[in-house]
Structures are given as C-alpha cells and as structure tokens.
Design a protein around this ligand. Structure first.
Ligand code: NAD
Length: 462
C-alpha cells in the first residue's frame, strides 16, 4: 500500500512522478481516457466498500453512501467531453496582427497535490482527481485522517488502479499534509476549512504554486412569503439533515419573512418527523457527527436561543437530533461560525432590503439559497448579494450541474472545478499567436519618424 508519511518518502514519490511526467506519457488523450475509465471501473468494483466505509466513518445510511459513488456520473461526463475540452480554442485577432492566427492551447501543469476533507471523504478526493488526470497531470492524494475507513479504501483503490508514478495516495494526518506541502507541486487543490486553507496558501506561496481552495462558510437560506411551504420544508430539512448537516453547501441558517415564520416552523417540525420519526436516534436514515471534537463543539452551540425541535444528543453515539433554533440574533456566537452539523437557526426579516444588507456585512458564503416564486424577489437577491453559487427554490443541487463551476468567493474559496472547470483548473491555458513570413509591415519598426500618427490611429485614438 502507498502509505508513505515520512518526508523523505514523499520526496522520493514526487521525484518519481516528476520523472514520469517528463516522459510525456500522461499527455496522450488515449492514456488519459484509459485511466479515467479504469478509475470508473474501480469505483464500480469498490462501491460496497466505499458505502461501508462511509457508514463506519459517519454512520451514513446506504442511500447517502451512494452520494460518494455518484462521482462516476461526473466521470462519464468528463470522459464524454474530454476530447473537445483538450482541443485548441480559436481566438480572434486584432486587425493589427493580421495576417496570423491565434489560439489557446490547454496543456498539463505537471504534478498536482490534492488534499481532502472528512465530510465527503471519497468524492472530494476523486472529483478533483478526475480533473487532474483529464488535464494530463500526475497527482498525489492526501485524504483526511478523520475518515480513516474511507482513507483506507481510497488507498487500496488507487494502488490497484494506478502506477504510483502517475497517481499516488499518501495516508496520514497533519504531519503528512505538512510534509507534502513542504514540496514543490505545480498545483495544490485543497478542500477543507478556512484556517487550514490559509496554511495551505502560505505553504504554496513559498514555491509560487497556484492553489484552488474549496472552503466553507455560513450559507444562508432566505424564505420569502411567496412559496409552496410544504415543498420548501421538504427540501430544507433534506439539505440540512443530509450527512447530519456536515455538508459544505448545507443551508447554515434560515432567514425567513416574519409573516410566514410560524407556518414554516410547523412545516419543518412535521417534515423532520416524516423523515426520521419521533426519535431520529432510531432512524436508519440519519447520520452521525464525525467525532467527539465536532460533537462537543456542536453541543456547545445548543445553549443559545430557544429550541423548537430536537436538541437531544448522545455523546457515546455522536448523535445530535435535527434541531431548530429560535430567538437567535445576528450577534449570537452560533452566527459567527459555520455550524457544519444538524442545527438550524431561524432568523426573521420584515424588509428584504434589510436582510440583504445584513448578509452583505458578513463573509461571502459558499452557497446562497432563496425560496420564492416572486421573480422580482429572485432578481433582487441575485443582483444584490454574492455567493459561490445560488440555488433558487431548492438546496445543494446546484453542485450536481457539472456544466457550472463549483467554488467559493472571498473567504469561501479561491478557484472552482467540476466538468470543464476542473479540466481548466488543472491546465495551463497557453496562448499561441502564429504569424506567416509572407507579409511584414514596417509600421512598428524604428526609425519611428512619421509613424506616430499611424500608430495613434491603430490604437484607436483618432
Ligand atoms: P480541515 O481543514 O480540518 O482538514 C482538511 C485537510 O487538511 C485534511 O486532509 C487534513 O489532514 C489537512 N490538515 C488539517 N490540519 C492541517 C494543517 N495544520 N496543515 C496542513 N494540513 C492540514 O477541514 P475539515 O474539517 O476536514 O473539513 C471541514 C471544512 O471543509 C468545512 O468548513 C467545510 O465547509 C469545508 N468543505 C468545503 C467543501 C467545498 O467543496 N468547498 C467541501 C467539503 C468541506
């Protein structure tokens, strides 16, 4: 197994990947497609183990375990479109450069480092990996040590599928991540929290390595008065309770038109019962908090405000019930950090403009949700707020549209991926201008005498 934590071993692995990359083998489109198909076949083969690992790491129900395996859908999409993405992209040239032709030619960056988090520990390593392979790179993977069962399945799957000179996986914790970050890579793709994101960026700066940082933050969910209450409640409870709220794009808190708050709360309470029964601890469909540290942090948030549903918890089982919280102010501690668990504060607004002003004073979120049938409200929210992505009248599902970039803005992240955006993230888009010899105009060469007027004209001054 490629479990190599010592800095010397990391350096040796990297040396082998650099040597392999230099052979040019990874540039061939046939090679890339073959490796992507091999990855797809390996995921199909390992699906039961992946789902079992998600159960061990996060108490995931089988259905939610399949969210990890669902990356094969994106693999299909990448395999189908790769030849087109890899083609040179024609550029139009200004009159002054004619005759000539110009194009943008994607080329691989070299060796990429991909560091993953624990919450979707399989998918968030494999999804960037497919971009790295598709773009023709070698890749070094470091899954999260906090999801050890998944890390172990990933290690076996990768070792069985790839030559480690092309794709290698290094298991381990912070020391291993730091040993990797001390090396010079050609791109670093990090998914996780903001604090470590800064450490990654600082390490990358030592080598001027470009980074993609897929971070988190508090994703608001605005609920206007003009909604189908029942459907809104179904979708919100699903998005908040999926993986026990440990989803980077889960709705973090609700911001509700005060006129419909009572009705919405009743619908949410009912929906929690419909999905998880009177006692969600006994539901086979409800996940657990990843570890005791996260459990203690989340339980610490329960002391604020009034609990409208849930609130019960059990440390031995790392269980926290789906919880609705009322009487939370913008200044409350729970509104200062990403919740990342099954606790949903409900704030209200009277005037949408004030609510938007409040949102805009806070860090830019990874996602923003709006439930409203009113097109003017939709337009107002889209125009006056910012977020990595938006979903109107649903939650989370915007990230399944592979034709759109997935990433944050401001403190929720730098860069984006999915589909062609992954391909571009792991490519250098090289600009090429090609000129023939048969015409060589004199206007740009010294002596410049009498050419200034012509140049002025050419740059559009007269
Ligand atoms: P984390 O920051 O604790 O850890 C992520 C990775 O960083 C792990 O592989 C870990 O080993 C490594 N790491 C931890 N400490 C390190 C250090 N000091 N130096 C170098 N590497 C270190 O993140 P997490 O707790 O695993 O993930 C939760 C966060 O990730 C949440 O904020 C969530 O919103 C965010 N997230 C974002 C996305 C996204 O796509 N934008 C997806 C999932 C999670």
């Amino acid at each position: 197994m490629t479990t190599l934590a010592a800095p010397a071993t990391v350096a040796e692995l990297l040396r082998r990947q650099r040597a392999y990359w230099a052979t040019g083998a990874t540039r061939s489109l046939d090679f890339r497609l073959d490796r992507l198909k091999a990855l797809q076949a390996a995921i199909v083969k390992y699906q039961a183990e992946i789902i079992d690992a998600a159960k061990q790491d996060l108490g995931r129900p089988e259905f939610e375990g399949y969210i990890e395996v669902a990356v094969i859908g994106e693999l299909d999409y990448v395999i189908k479109h790769l030849r087109r993405w890899a083609k040179p992209r024609k550029a139009s040239i200004p009159l002054s450069q004619m005759p000539g032709s110009a194009w943008v030619q994607p080329e691989p960056l070299g060796v990429a480092l991909i560091i993953g988090p624990w919450n979707y520990p399989f998918q968030l390593i494999i999804s960037p990996l497919m971009g790295a392979i598709a773009a023709g790179n070698c890749a070094m993977l470091k899954p999260s040590e906090l999801a050890p069962a998944t890390s172990s399945v990933l290690a076996r799957l990768i070792e069985e599928t790839f030559d480690p000179a092309h794709v290698a996986l290094v298991e381990g914790g912070v020391d291993t991540a730091q040993a990797l970050l001390a090396e010079k890579f050609d791109h670093i793709f990090y998914t996780g929290g903001e604090r470590v994101g800064k450490i990654v960026m600082q390490a990358a700066a030592q080598h001027l390595t470009p980074v993609t940082l897929e971070l988190g933050g508090k994703s608001p969910c605005i609920i206007d008065a003009d909604v189908n209450m029942d459907v809104a409640a179904r979708r919100i409870v699903w998005g908040k309770c999926l993986n026990a709220g440990q989803t980077c794009v889960a709705p973090d808190y609700l911001l509700v038109d005060e006129r419909i708050k009572a009705e919405l709360v009743a619908a949410l309470q009912q929906r929690i019962k419909d999905c998880y029964g009177e006692n969600p601890a006994q539901s086979p469909d409800y996940s657990r908090v990843v570890n005791e540290r996260q459990f203690d942090r989340l339980v610490g948030l329960l002391g604020q405000g009034t609990i409208l549903a849930g609130g019960d918890h059990n440390r031995g089982d790392r269980y926290i019930a789906p919880t609705l919280m009322d009487d939370i102010s913008w200044d409350a501690p729970i509104m200062q950090e990403e919740i990342f668990g099954p606790i949903l504060p409900i704030l209200t607004y009277r005037d949408l403009g004030d609510a938007i002003a409040n949102l805009n004073q806070r860090p830019k979120p990874l996602a923003l949700y709006l439930f409203s049938r009113d097109r003017q409200v939709q337009a107002q929210v889209l125009e006056q707020t910012t977020a990595g992505s938006v979903c109107i009248n649903d939650v989370i599902l915007q990230i399944t549209v592979w034709d759109m970039p997935f990433g944050g803005v401001g403190s929720s992240g730098i860069g984006a991926y999915h589909g062609q955006y992954s391909f571009d993230t792991f490519s250098h888009l090289k600009s090429v201008l090609k000129k023939p010899f048969w015409l060589d105009m004199d206007w740009r060469y010294p002596p410049y005498e009498s050419k200034v007027k012509l140049f002025q004209k050419m740059i559009g001054l007269s």
